[in-house]
Design a protein around this ligand. Structure first.
Ligand SMILES: [Mn+2]
Length: 315
């Protein structure tokens, strides 16, 4: 699986590592973990990490490089395989693009594609490579790779967590991964975010006993000084894990006055509702976009219908 990775790294003196926009812990952990891994193994190579930055900057900053650096270089794209999601499109200037990803989709950017969708995180793929090849792993590399595993596994909570997750975690701890510093940083929240959570918990509405929803116009984002993404995707699960609640929906107005719908369900598949309104996603976590708040009642009605049909069929 990884022979091509070693071969490509060995063939290039300049390597630039990319990942998806608005990086999460796995994107940063895989990207910077791989950067340090290559730098430690091949001190004569020049390795850069590029892309947009956010609150995860404390794990390591990005490099600023000019276009000519890409000429004749190897670009490695981690934790994403499709062009529209990659941060810093200049991989197109590189000599070769290697994609290492754990998502299901095909790649429209890869010259070489290393993919394993059974693996819980991209950082885990890099860690597997390092372990199999007996690479030198510093405590910095180990901490970064473990960050990716912890965040993409939902803190070891998701169903895809398996024996390998813990074997690799143990391996990284043994190499000096700093678990305390990871948890301290990922559990520290910005004050605005904490206050926004309080607002959500106090304002969500009942469609009925089993369905909760929120309608957020632009004043919510302005009131707390946060992004639309934070109000929408970032807040939907404030309505999760409440006794008796089966489905919850978060409707948020964006800058173009469209309504972003984030739909979630505890166990009843609802993705067909998202599709019915032009969206999609996973069975229990999906979304769509509406033209106005006038349509939200139709989505709630469809969610309720799905719930009723499910109970009629399975109970
Ligand atoms: Mn990932």
């Amino acid at each position: 699986m990884f022979s091509k990775l070693t071969e490509l790294i060995q063939s290039y003196d300049v390597i630039i590592i990319h990942r998806h926009k608005n990086p999460d812990g796995d994107a940063i952990g895989a990207q910077l973990g791989l950067k340090h891994l290559i730098m430690d193994t091949y001190p004569n190579k020049t390795v850069y990490a590029v892309g947009d930055e956010n609150h995860l900057k404390s794990f390591g900053e990005m490099d600023t490089i000019s276009d000519d650096v890409f000429e004749g270089a190897l670009s490695i794209v981690v934790d994403v395989a499709v062009s529209y999601l990659v941060s810093d499109k200049r991989y197109t200037l590189s000599d070769h693009v290697l994609v290492i990803d754990h998502h299901l989709n095909d790649s429209d950017v890869a010259d070489t594609f290393i993919q394993d969708s059974s693996v819980i995180s991209a950082a885990m793929l890099i860690a597997r490579y390092a372990k199999e090849n007996n690479c030198f792993i510093s405590s910095v590399t180990a901490t970064l790779l473990l960050l990716g595993i912890i965040t993409d596994s939902g803190r070891f909570k998701y169903p895809a967590v398996n024996e390998e997750t813990f074997l690799i975690t143990a391996y990284l701890i043994n190499k000096g991964a700093d678990l305390q510093s990871i948890y301290k940083r990922i559990y520290t929240e910005q004050l605005e975010y904490k206050k926004l959570k309080g607002y959500f918990i106090n304002h969500f509405k009942h469609y009925n006993d089993q369905i909760l929803y929120m309608e957020n116009d632009l004043t919510v984002k302005d009131l707390f000084g946060v992004s639309t993404f934070m109000v929408s995707r970032g807040m939907v699960n404030q309505m999760a894990n409440i006794e008796g609640i089966e489905i919850w929906a978060n409707f948020t107005e964006d800058e173009n006055h469209k309504i972003i719908c984030e739909l979630r369900s505890a166990e009843v598949p609802i993705v067909d509702v998202a599709k019915q309104f032009g969206g999609g996603g996973h069975a229990l976590a999906c979304g769509c976009t509406l033209d106005s708040f006038d349509q939200t009642s139709k989505v709630l009605e469809a969610l309720n219908q799905t719930l009723k049909e499910y109970y009629e069929t399975y109970q």
